[in-house]
Ligand binder design. Sequence first.
Ligand code: SAM
Ligand code: SF4
Length: 460
Amino acid sequence: MDLFRNSNSGEGLMPIRQSKTVINLASQSLDWVMGNNIRQALSLNDAVELTDVAKLHVPDKPIETLYIHIPFCHTLCRFCSFHKVKFDETLARQYFSALRKEIREVIAKGYRFNRVYIGGGTTTILEDELIGLIELIKSLTQIREVSTESDPIYFKEGNPHLLKGLVDRISVGVQSFDDNILKASGRFEKFGSSLQQAEYVSRAIDVIPTVNLDLMYGFNVQTPESVTKDIEQAIRLAPEQITTYPLTIGIGKNRKKAGKLSGKNEDLWPQFLAAKQAMGDKYVMEFPWTYSRNSGQSNDNKYVLDGEDCFGVGSGAFGRYGEQFRISSFDIPHYIERINKGLSGTCYTKPLSQQSLLQHHLLMMMGHGLLDNQQFKAHTGKSLWQAFPIELAYLRTIGAIQKQGDNYTTTTVGQFIALKMFSGFLAGMDYLRDQARELPTAQLSNAHLAQDFCLQSKAI
Ligand SMILES: C[S@@+](CC[C@H](N)C(=O)[O-])C[C@H]1O[C@@H](n2cnc3c(N)ncnc32)[C@H](O)[C@@H]1O
Ligand code: SF4
């Protein structure tokens, strides 16, 4: 079997060596361009301290996602650059109490959401608090879906049946079913062997309506064969979704630590192909990093350009809606103090350039496999070629997209480029987190208190 040949019909076949060389060059130049773009577009040098939340516009239609961050873990994994600290129960309980207060205030202010995503850290670290939080939200407002994340050991040590009726979707982070990889990344001791973790995933599937299984590739101990085995094991468990994250080493402080675990840049393409191939027809690619179980029915989940708005609450949460990034305090005691004094958790905003918003659309359209000219024009007022003259020329030259009428569809190479863009996006989030940790924590003066919305909105 020739893994290096494009497999989709109509894409043409590239000889192995040429294909590998083209992909490596394309992916190296993309890394370079993205690294520079991220430093420019996501620099927090122009972040503005938020002193008057009342001036912020509350949208009249619901924001797509309320993102809630739980920044505690029992032990910290070497590759992970998400915002988290070692668990301290007293601090964590104070934190959940502050979260509830912030959510009440946000809803009282008039914000509404279609769905809730609770991410971490370890969201299930205090099960009673997590349950209380979801119950509170459901008592205050209508929500279509609640998603959360979990490590696998929760399904051994916790009481997942208590989440029934509260959580619609859970992402269980396994990363790999290879004990060597679990050991190298420090997860074997924490979450058990691959066999044990498979058992925990089965328990999750018994209780939660939709289970997503997180796997990763790009570790230096991984090969296309080991990725294939991981996917085969995941498929045997039959979760509704499988996400395959490319290990992202970021461009900031985490780079050195995560970099020690990372394989070579050129190893990612064969591992991506191995993952895609192993999914076979059992799972359908939603994005090059997310697959859904093939139900046999075609699902028209067209990518909606304005369906990505997100409001973040909790320490270390980001939000983005309209043309603005909102950043919450990364200092947990400072976050709790702000909330207890009646301030919002968001303490900085950053304007986003039109160009970086367009770049994000390009990533999502590439990921979805369709660059729909009409839809893009209706949303942005520009045609694809007006918005992305250099990018489209590059994508066509390397064979990443092919023309279909007025639109473009992605080839297998294009799917891989989208995966690299996604990895660049994750690196950008790392870079934001690095900078956000360094932002000065404002002194909580009376002037701040008088101006903040929490005092102006009625508590419910
Ligand atoms: C932030 S974790 C939270 C889940 C849970 N705490 C766990 O460890 O299972 C969510 C997912 O992010 C992914 N992730 C973490 N660090 C990553 C990195 N450096 N590159 C790519 N994906 C990463 C992992 O697949 C993980 O399951
Ligand atoms: S991967 Fe999960 S358990 Fe590990 S440090 Fe990150 S959030 Fe915590």
